[in-house]
Design a protein around this ligand. Sequence first.
Ligand code: COI
Length: 355
Amino acid sequence: MTYEIIKELTTTKKDKTPDHQLGFGKRFTDHMFSMDYEEGKGWHNAKITEYKPIELSPAATVLHYGQAVFEGLKAYATEAGEILLFRPDQNFKRLNRSNERLCIPAIDEEFALYALKELLQIDRDWVPTSEGTSLYIRPFIIATEPYLGVSPAKNYKFMIIMSPVGSYYAEGINPIKILVEQHYVRAVAGGTGEAKAGGNYASSLKGSELANAQGYAQTLWLDGKEHQYVEEVGSMNIFFKIAGKVITPALNGSILAGITRDSMINVLKSKNIPVEERKIAFLEIVEAANNGTLEEVFGTGTAAVISPVGYLKWSDGAIDVNNGQIGEVTQMLYDTLTGIQYGKLEDTFGWTIKL
Ligand code: COI
């Protein structure tokens, strides 16, 4: 790790939104981190500056061909006034896996974490303290070379911005309604579904819009080939509890390898609750609902935390899950995850790091 961070800090402090009005991703802290890449020179020019617009050529590759990747993680304020990060090393590892898939040069993961901590230290008073709030951290990389030919860019910008947030869903921890998307798909085997690439989210918008217009919070995506197997929900991985066993789709190349997903699998194992990662046909869920063995459905994600699903709708019917109530295992996972993240429970997994 040989980079130096130039700090050009601002003395102008923005007004903070009251915690209860936060919502998700609309307000940003006073500062941001940025670093540039140039072919032959590598990553350089690491800076923490005032949060402000960036200058970009209208020909920048990212604007035309979508060569962009991102991450999402959070900083949590504990009652004792400390700030905790949850598995941030995993986010920078995954960012490099996304980089690899989109032909973006790798970043130094150790330096990225150091830079994040420096930024967080400067804006630490932006970490909200009310229950259910946190500081959402968005590292991302975009291709900046002004070039209209289709090839990996020679210039990039790596940035970290931060946003104080409340709940991702208006429902909070109350069960959400999901529409199963049977026409559009989010990703295909061999595509970029496994990468945290902006384009995956762009292709999900149409299905989400249709779902939202009908009153559903999110779309449940099926596989891109047979439109039969469960993949993930808009911004979350998905889990089902059937006859005492928790199942989640196995990572197959088109599903995002969620860090919350992995953490919850580990929590379930530690509590001796059977958990399986495998291919899941949507019909299996319908059958389980029909024979009364579908007990709980929930999503996991950094932004969404643990989100119970109370209702699933598809073209031929609908399923009420657990009478629209949060299930026992879902609640336990929510309490365990947030307990560790906010420093209320002992972190026996070694997942949190203190700022
Ligand atoms: C996250 O959970 O951090 C995500 O990346 C979802 C986001 C697209 C809101």
